[in-house]
Structures are given as structure tokens and as C-alpha cells.
Design a protein. Structure first.
Length: 364
């Protein structure tokens, strides 16, 4: 199967009117952006992938169209892992992370989708595993206002989630979340890399009595693995990190430093299915639990579901971005039920993006 086309579909799905995310100005209040990528072959089989987007979506699209696509045309689509290695070698001068790696991630996910469709098997079966469903946690947008945070947690609880992650930094907001969640539900806190090590030690002490399941990405810069290890030894809260890392080697360094209890590879950011699958055995050897970062709803999410179904442990969970938007890339076909996500059983990733959603929300 020869690759004949690589097309990018930038999506911008608006927040629902009156949603807390729109009110808080999340992503400028305009909605959720992501970049879907379709790889076509001469055998008539197409695969779908996803590149992390947000504000860098136009740059990532250029990386797909100007750098990655020309190198893919004419290549054998059945060589997903070797092609991923070849493309990274060809493009490493442009960085081992960021928009170029995000673009490569989307193509890799699409190639695994193609491989599964060609074999008549779901991706998790190609990787040697099987599962009917996986536990997931609700990942809330940053609201800031304690009342809005409490309402978001209540919505998650009412939807059947037993674990909720916040994107907040201030103690009143986190206290409001714990009060709403009650003492038994898991509560995680992602602060998105704001603090020096001394600042993080002081701030973590404020959250200690709230019984956080983990504190995520507390340090700037995020690659300060020695600092994370020191914080982990001192703060009394389990630490999670990894969404800003790329390449399995970098993940191994993160875990070798003793920096994390939970590692968070993001398949739409760090190399797709091929790279994500490589992290699981590294984590198992280090005694670290993999919790994939999937703050998106497209093929990147499905990639994480399939790899986790094949290689994850009983402790692994999938991140579900619980945000009120007008639609999702798969329409209503991929939604949690009582805090669990079904593992698609059809070939490849199992589901293609909804054409109606592409028509309505694609930016061209």
C-alpha cells in the first residue's frame, strides 16, 4: 500500500453557549481546536490521525503540509514504525518536539489506523491486547472561579466519574472542588508548569490536606527532572508529568530520575502509537503507572485507548476532556458511560471522524 495523499483538517468546535469554558475565556472563548490528518493509499484504505493543536494549529498544519507530507508520498503505508523512525531522522534538525513532532504523531496514528483496517483487526489487537472498556477520569477546563470549579466537579460526579482532574492553581478553587467531590473520589491537580522548585515546595504544602491523587507538571522548566525528583521526595503528594516530553528516550530519562509516580505521554504530541507503545514497557520496568495525556477528542484519544487496552495496567486511566462544546469529532459515537470508555472493536482505530462534523467545523 503506497501513500498517495496526506491531508490536514483543522477543526475549531465552538463552546456551547453559556458554557463555563466560554465564560472563562478558555482558548480565547472560541472553542476547542485540533488538527485531524487523513492519509490515503493506492489500495483505497484511508487512515486518520490527530496532531495537538490549540493556538499552534496553523503552524502544525504547515508542518504537515510542507514538511511531513512530501516525505510520505510514495512510501509504503504498511511500514508504520520504520517510517516513523525515518521521518524523525529526516526532520530532527527542526526539533524533537513541538509542531513538527505533533505532525509526525498524526501521521503515525493514521498509519496504524490503516494497518488495522488492512488486517481487519483493531489496533489494540495488532499490539497483542484486548479489552472491552477502560476507566477514565474527567479533565476539566480551567475556570478560576471556585463556584465554577465546584459546578464542573458536580457535573463530572453526576456523569458517573469517580476521578476528576482540575486545571487550577489557587487554593480556594481546589478546596471548592474537594468539597464538591467528597472525600472518596480521586482529585488530581494540573498546574501547567508554573513554579520554581522552592515555590513548588511551598505551594504543594498548601494542597497536602486535600488528598490529591497527583500533582501534575508543577515545575518550570518541565524538563527539570532532578527538580521534580527532589519535589517528589519532599512534598508528600504523588507527582505526574510527561505531556511536554517527546521521544521514548526522554520518557526513560524522566522516569530514571525518580521524578514521577505517573507518566503522561500524549500520543498526539510525542510520536503517535509507535512512540506511545514504547513508553509502556519502560514505565513497567521503572514501576511507574502510565496515564496517557489526551486533552482532545479525536484520533489521538482513540490511539491512547487502543494502546492502553493492549499494554496498560489495572491502574491506567484515560483522560476525557469534560468540556461543553457543540459537537465532537466522532459525534456521539465516542463518549464515556459511568466513567468508562468503550474500546472500539472495528478494524483500525475503529471509527472514522463524522463527515458532518468535518464539514461544519473544519477550517478548510
Amino acid at each position: 500500500m503506497i501513500i498517495t495523499r496526506v491531508d490536514a483538517f483543522p477543526l475549531r468546535i465552538p463552546f456551547a453557549p453559556g458554557s463555563a469554558s466560554r465564560a472563562a475565556g478558555r482558548e480565547d472563548g472560541t472553542g476547542v481546536g485540533s488538527l485531524l490528518v487523513r492519509v490515503a493509499t493506492d489500495a483505497g484504505i484511508e487512515g486518520w490521525g490527530e496532531a495537538f493543536g490549540l493556538a499552534a494549529l496553523p503552524v502544525t498544519r504547515r508542518a504537515v503540509e510542507d514538511l511531513v507530507s512530501p516525505l510520505c508520498i510514495g512510501q509504503d503505508a504498511a511500514r508504520a514504525a520504520p517510517l516513523a523512525d525515518e521521518l524523525q531522522r529526516r526532520l530532527h534538525a527542526f526539533g524533537r518536539g513541538g509542531p513538527v513532532t505533533h505532525a509526525l504523531s498524526a501521521v503515525d496514528i493514521a498509519l496504524w489506523d490503516i494497518a488495522g483496517k488492512a488486517a481487519g483487526l483493531p489496533v489494540h489487537r495488532l499490539l497483542g491486547g484486548a479489552a472491552g472498556s477502560l476507566p477514565c477520569y474527567a479533565s476539566l477546563d480551567p475556570y478560576g472561579d471556585p463556584a465554577a470549579v465546584g459546578a464542573g466537579v458536580r457535573a463530572a460526579v453526576d456523569a458517573g466519574f469517580t476521578a476528576v482532574k482540575l486545571h487550577e492553581r489557587d487554593l480556594p478553587a481546589v478546596r471548592a472542588a474537594r468539597a464538591e467531590a467528597g472525600p472518596l473520589r480521586a482529585l488530581m491537580l494540573d498546574v501547567n508548569c508554573p513554579w520554581t522548585l522552592p515555590e513548588a515546595v511551598k505551594r504543594a504544602a498548601l494542597f497536602r490536606d486535600l488528598r490529591l491523587a497527583w500533582l501534575e507538571e508543577p515545575l518550570w522548566p518541565p524538563e527539570d527532572y532532578a527538580g521534580l525528583a527532589e519535589l517528589r521526595a519532599r512534598c508528600g503528594i504523588p507527582l505526574a508529568a510527561g505531556e511536554n516530553a517527546a521521544t521514548p528516550l526522554e520518557f526513560d530519562r524522566l522516569m530514571a530520575a525518580g521524578a514521577v509516580d505517573f507518566v503522561q505521554p500524549s500520543p498526539a504530541k510525542m510520536g503517535g502509537v509507535t512512540a506511545l507503545a514504547a513508553v509502556f514497557p519502560l514505565a513497567a520496568a521503572r514501576g511507574v503507572t502510565v496515564m496517557p495525556h489526551t486533552f482532545y477528542h479525536g484520533p489521538g484519544l482513540l490511539a491512547a485507548i487502543h494502546v492502553t487496552a493492549a499494554l496498560g495496567t489495572a491502574s491506567s486511566m484515560i483522560e476525557w476532556r469534560l468540556t461543553d462544546v457543540e459537537s465532537y469529532p466522532y459525534g456521539s459515537a465516542v463518549r464515556p458511560v459511568d466513567g468508562r470508555l468503550a474500546v472500539p472493536q472495528a478494524p483500525g482505530l475503529g471509527i472514522d471522524p463524522d463527515p458532518a462534523v468535518l464539514r461544519e467545523f473544519s477550517g478548510g
